[in-house]
Write a protein that binds this ligand. Structure first.
Ligand code: SF4
Ligand code: SF4
Length: 370
């Protein structure tokens, strides 16, 4: 079995303004890319949408214009939600290639296949399109990024397994047995169809690092391995996994993650058992199981900072801090309060964790007041 590598996910890049995803800190990003390449890694994952559509342009400046094309691999994703007709596939892919300044993708994925977006991709013949893109040399490998339960993946693979080389799936020890995310079942099905598996959210947007003290203590008692390393090793130890993407935001994180993969140790059966126990413990401390992917922010007509509010809600449920209440009211003034939700449902269709966001926002409004 090939050893999994660390992929650089360009979705949580360092920012000069925490409230502006487009404000990528190019100086820090350059340092991170240079360090990552020096350490012998070379896999970059971006999308049309990341950082308010600025992620690809930043990669062009920092990577494409400074390194030979054969020295790195780039994966990109077709924004499924923008597909209205067949010709949109090619139009969007050409924009993506142009933004990056490259001639071909190493991996081209149809982004965020879920119940709501699969019909859009099928209506626009996206599966036929990616097959054609591969034949024409616009992509070396093609596939999907997947955010749904196993039944939908089965439906997709029954129809398109001859087209799909790669599936990018959410896989981490907390979601392994989770009934909503179903990491274990989804992974198993990919293995059954012999699809190459790439992993997103191995640390679940930081949830598996920012754990409460009692959980930290249990990790410490078990071994000296850092909490982040456990999460990455869990993902990289699974069958058919070739790339574990980490959305790193600082050089410090980058260094730690590179170290884990340079000297990669697969987890043992005993480790697996321990991590399943930790998953149950962490779950108990989370009121809202958001992965902070920010996908829901794009089209919220009420301009509600949804993931920030969920983060504050989780923190407030645990720690009851005055600062959480202050932060909520400041954000509510700058953007909009949780009670501004019109229940339009746009975010529900796109939520990668399948959360009932409008209902949860009612809880947020209830806790912090209007
Ligand atoms: S349901 Fe509410 S939170 Fe979701 S997009 Fe609509 S207004 Fe925004
Ligand atoms: S609510 Fe859903 S879409 Fe929004 S950040 Fe959380 S997981 Fe992502």
């Amino acid at each position: 079995m090939t050893q999994a590598t660390l992929g650089f996910g360009a979705m949580r890049l360092p920012q000069t303004d925490a409230n502006n995803p487009a404000s990528i800190d190019m100086e820090e990003f350059t340092k991170m890319v240079d360090y990552y390449m020096e350490q012998g890694f070379n896999y970059f994952d971006t999308s049309y949408a990341y950082h308010n559509e600025k992620s690809e342009g930043a990669l062009k400046k920092v990577l494409v214009e400074r390194y030979p094309r054969e020295s790195y691999q780039i994966a990109n994703k077709i924004p499924t939600w923008l597909l209205e007709k067949e010709s949109d596939n090619e139009k969007l892919v050409d924009v993506m290639l142009e933004r990056l300044g490259i001639e071909y993708f190493d991996v081209l994925l149809i982004h965020n296949i879920n119940k709501a977006l699969l019909p859009k991709a099928e209506k626009a013949n996206s599966f036929e399109y990616i097959k054609k893109a591969k034949e024409e040399g616009k992509a070396l490998k093609v596939g999907i990024s997947f955010h749904e339960k196993v039944e939908l993946l089965e439906e997709v693979l029954k129809k398109y397994s001859d087209v799909i080389d790669v599936a990018l799936i959410q896989l981490n020890y907390m979601d392994w047995k989770d009934q909503r995310i179903q990491s274990e079942k989804v992974h198993k099905l990919c293995v059954k169809y012999d699809i190459e598996v790439q992993v997103m959210e191995p640390i679940k947007g930081g949830t598996l690092v920012n754990v409460v003290d009692s959980v930290k203590e249990q990790f410490k008692e078990y071994s000296n391995t850092s909490i982040a390393e456990w999460a990455l090793r869990f993902a990289g130890s699974q069958e058919n996994v070739t790339v574990v993407l980490s959305g790193m935001t600082s050089l410090e994180q980058m260094k730690e993650n590179c170290k884990t993969f340079k000297d990669f140790k697969k987890i043992t059966k005993e480790d697996h058992k321990f991590l399943m126990k930790m998953a149950r413990e962490i779950k108990k401390t989370l009121a809202i199981d958001c992965s902070f992917c920010n996908y829901c922010l794009k089209d919220c007509e009420a301009n509600i900072p949804i993931p920030d509010f969920f983060n504050l809600y989780n923190s407030e449920k645990l720690y009851h801090l005055e600062s959480n209440v202050d932060l909520y009211h400041t954000s509510a003034k700058v953007y909009a309060p949780a009670s501004a939700c019109t229940e339009c449902g746009t975010c529900v269709e796109i939520c990668t964790q399948q959360l009932n966001i409008p209902e949860l926002l009612k809880d947020v409004a209830g806790l912090f007041g209007r």
